[in-house]
Design a protein around this ligand. Structure first.
Ligand SMILES: NC(=O)CC[C@H](N)C(=O)O
Length: 382
């Protein structure tokens, strides 16, 4: 069979396969994700901007796609690389086969390549830049040059690219089997959520727990957020390198100074660390999957978590005001931190799952308790 797509890595490695999405060319950092399900949530997670995602599970597309399993309004990954697209998708919620969905969302994607070999290469050499070309006339040399031309994610500020243009209220709650997505039922706490590329399931869980959620653009100054008198501030996940996001780091510092409860996830975790004086660094190939063991250092409990990050808070860079609360049992990297002086904490993985297990979901309740305690102490003072 004639090949209709090519994945070229910056080191010159070529993987020939079949086009299963849009025709054209796309470049980005190639990362592997070990989740067995959840390809639609992964494709729509804004944290995957400028990344070409390969899934280690071999059959992708079995359940098709639907209008519900989405984590943002559009497909955010820069490309998809899989082993096998099943000829028939089947699920009670299936509304469109994966290849049609990819074409409609203009995503260049490749199937029929040895994703095990690719994953081994990425694991040994580290994440690499790559290029997928799909179409009739494929020039391998040009594809390698395009992969080499991608500048890499280090130093790239993408949060301000993917964020919302304007502030908005979020009222959708969590999904249930019988009723689909619920609407907000109670509003006990006012939460302002910084959108650095926020996944919708984070907002849904906050709403489910009784938060009135206002989502604000990444570059909103702290003064504007504080003027809304929130009970707590949420720092979202997001793509790219956290270090150049000076606007977010400055705003977080001001919110810390104001003593507002803060909860950060993934990029938001890295921003809280940077705002506290710690540093972040690029990992070799990062953590992307739904099967990562993480330990809560206080309770010694091990939880299986959803992960998606390529940067991490640097060991030995922590100031006295930060304490490590969680560690990865894969590589011992920092997974959670807490401020010792103010009510602020964050987690590197994804307590909102989507996709993945919900072992760390209680962190959302910890944020609620933090806001509750703060409210009670303010009421006592008055
Ligand atoms: N999911 C995220 O928020 C990812 C954070 C950051 N872009 C990283 O790769 O580490």
């Amino acid at each position: 069979m004639k090949h209709s797509a090519l994945l070229a890595l910056a080191d010159g490695t070529l993987f020939w396969g079949q086009s299963i999405g849009a025709t054209g060319q796309t470049v980005g950092e190639v990362v592997f994700n070990t989740a067995m399900t959840g390809y639609q949530e992964i494709l729509t997670d804004p944290s995957y901007s400028k990344q070409l995602v390969t899934l280690t599970y071999p059959h992708i597309g079995n359940t098709g796609t639907n209008g519900e399993d989405i984590e943002s309004d559009s497909v955010s990954a820069a490309g998809l690389i899989i082993r096998d697209l099943p000829r028939m998708a089947n699920n009670w919620r299936n509304s469109q086969n994966l290849d049609e969905y990819l074409a409609e969302n203009n995503l260049v994607a490749i199937a029929d390549i040895d994703t095990r070999q690719l994953t081994r290469m990425l694991r040994e050499k580290g994440a690499q830049n790559g290029c997928i070309v799909a179409g009739d006339d494929i020039d391998p040399e040009q594809a390698i040059a395009a992969a080499q031309g991608f500048p890499g994610l280090k130093g790239m500020d993408l949060a301000k690219e993917v964020t919302t243009d304007e502030a908005y209220e979020w009222s959708q709650s969590v999904w249930s089997l019988t009723q689909g997505y619920q609407q907000q039922a109670k509003s006990d706490y006012k939460v302002v959520a910084y959108d650095f590329g926020v996944k919708h399931n984070i907002l849904r869980i906050l709403v489910d727990l009784g938060c009135d959620v206002t989502v604000v653009p990444a570059q909103t100054p702290a003064a504007e957020v504080l003027a809304m008198h929130p009970d707590g501030v949420f720092l979202s996940n997001g793509p790219g390198d956290p270090e150049p996001c000076d606007y977010a780091i400055d705003a977080t510092q001001a919110i810390i100074e104001a003593g507002k409860p803060i909860f950060g996830i993934c990029l938001g975790h890295q921003i809280l660390a940077l705002a506290s004086g710690a540093q972040t660094e690029k990992m070799k190939f990062g953590h992307h999957g739904a099967n990562h063991p993480v330990q809560d250092l206080a309770s010694k409990k091990v939880m299986i978590t959803s992960q998606n990050h390529g940067f991490a808070v640097a060991e030995n860079s922590l100031p006295d005001t930060l304490t490590v609360t969680h560690r990865s049992l894969f590589d011992n990297t920092i997974q959670g931190i807490r401020r010792t002086d103010v009510p602020a904490f964050s987690f590197q993985g994804h307590p909102e799952a989507s996709p993945g297990p919900r072992d760390v979901a209680p962190l959302f309740e910890q944020f609620i308790q933090m806001m509750q305690a703060q409210k009670a102490s303010v009421a006592e003072e008055n």
